[in-house]
Design a protein. Sequence first.
Length: 217
Amino acid sequence: PRGGGGGGGRIGSIPGSIPAPAFASASDYAGSDSARIAATAVALRQAATTTTPDAAESNAPPPRTMRTGYAEFDEESRRLSVFGHTKALDQHMGASRAVSVLLRHVRQPQDVAAALAAIRRMPRVSELRFEDSGLTSLRFIDQIAGAGFGGGNGQLVRLHVGASNPAATLALLRPYAAHRLPSLDVINNVAVTARDRHSATAMFAPLDEIVGGSCGG
């Protein structure tokens, strides 16, 4: 794990994978600090970065997207759909009215960061969706938090990570998103409950302390 501010420590690429429930019970992490830290360490070692070459090939972006990238605004749903990397996204004619942004085939970390920075300047956006973007780790959650989403301003309330992204299968996706982006009410069409938030805090608070201590030292 690598240190960071905001909602806690940040996770990059983590080896291994497990099929597991979306959230651990808070009672699983009760007890001493050392027990909770040990449980967190085990969970992090088992959490996945995963690759699916066949899926990546089948979901290859169309030639137009590979060349330039473009964005389309749907007036009825007020969703701005972004295909590939586009510049000045917040200057799109639908940007000021968009309540949802779909990022598709936005694969490079720097392009995701640029898109998030532009979306942050769109005043009505409350939902982010990722499809076919090759997400294989939880790094994009850190990028969303780093762009200023998910905090006390309550702007971001819905997050959807499509099954076309390998990261959608990560056991820690939901709890980590709930921990780093506390304004979220819905993750992948499932409501985030108070118990979910408590479990996520119990899971990651020891890690926050470790990361914070190492950064301070």
